[in-house]
Write a protein that binds this ligand. Structure first.
Ligand code: CP
Length: 330
């Protein structure tokens, strides 16, 4: 398997690399549940989280992931960085890289920010924590770990993703992952929130939510990305949007008994999802949050080349899975 130098997007990962990161993340779940949540894997490594957009889940889980593996972790947000004094993105990146971090985790509103910086910062691994409407690879790895825990494998399953597909980096990354891992995607949105070329990803397109639900194994709800909406008339009103595209317990019945519900967060209750679903046993939303820490531990350990003998191994793993995880750290 090709060694990972950066993590820009699902588009750049092979099926083998995706499965490696998910399996390694699985092996890190236990450490997050222990009373003492610490392993020495990344001792002496430095990670900088550089966030130009708001975040709760991604930023916190990268920070926890690094700290629980004993790395030094620094957090910088746009409002407290020198970009607010007019410094360019490149100058900020080069300044931070001069401090010799091993990994720079970046969230930015512009697609391609990570690739751009990687061209100029030779010795720093770069992780995309969400770039505009382009990709959010660690969210998809998080979701895949959640699906692994629920079903073993997503292969052959049907994910119905609903909402603001046009502006969703999560939707785009899932469409790319589905092709590589063999799960089916249905996208559901009003025409105004759907990219015109979406069929080229090999997904089924629906404008009627109720028609898409039968046969769905997971219903994946998205929030409307108001910060990226340029068209004020994308839908008539929040009430009408909720009527047509909001998920509630009554509507979910059409999907069948075993269907689960996911959402990358943040949720807007009463808009795309109702509390009777979000807080129900069908909801795996908080599992996604928990798995986000484990998956980001896997990403950081892989990029930093953590020492295999120091890597915590879950007692649950088979010897083959352990060998696979260890091999990737060499
Ligand atoms: N899912 C996600 O990226 O959430 P945050 O914006 O809180 O990081």
């Amino acid at each position: 398997m090709e060694a990972l130098k950066h993590l820009f997007g699902i588009a750049d990962l092979s099926k083998e690399q995706i499965e490696h990161l998910v399996n390694l993340g699985d092996s890190f779940i236990d450490i997050n549940r222990r009373p003492i949540k610490k392993a020495p894997t990344l001792r002496g490594k430095t990670i900088i989280n550089l966030f130009f957009e708001n975040s709760t889940r991604t930023r916190t889980s990268f920070e926890l992931a690094g700290k629980r593996l004993s790395a030094d972790v620094i957090n910088i947000s746009a409002s407290t960085s020198a970009t607010s004094k007019g410094e360019s993105l490149l100058d900020t990146g080069q300044t931070l890289a001069a401090m010799q971090p091993h990994v720079l985790v970046i969230r930015h509103s512009l697609a391609g920010t990570c690739e751009f910086l990687a061209e100029h910062l030779e010795h720093t691994a770069i992780v995309n924590a969400g770039d505009g409407a382009h990709e959010h690879p660690t969210q998809i790895l998080t979701d895949l770990l959640t699906l692994k825990q629920a079903w073993g494998s997503p292969e052959g399953k049907t994910m119905t993703i609903v909402g603001d597909i046009s502006h969703s980096r999560v939707a785009r990354s899932h469409l790319l992952a589905a092709k590589k891992l063999g799960y089916h995607m249905r996208v559901v949105a009003p025409k105004t929130l759907l990219p015109s070329e979406v069929e080229r990803y090999g997904c089924e397109v629906y404008h009627n939510f109720d028609e898409a639900l039968p046969g769905s194994d997971v219903v994946y709800m998205l929030r409307i990305q108001t910060e990226r909406l340029t068209d004020a008339c994308a839908f008539p009103s929040i009430r009408e949007y909720h009527e047509a595209y909001g998920l509630n317990a009554k509507r979910l019945k059409a999907a069948g008994e075993d269907c689960i519900v996911m959402h990358p967060g943040p949720m807007n209750r009463g808009v795309e999802i109702s509390s009777d679903v979000a807080d129900s046993l069908k909801s795996h939303i908080l599992n996604q949050v928990e798995h986000g820490v484990a998956v980001r531990m896997a990403v950081l350990a892989t990029l930093c080349g953590g020492h295999p003998e120091e890597k915590p191994v879950s007692k649950k793993k088979s010897s083959d899975e352990v060998k696979q995880a260890q091999g990737s750290l060499l």
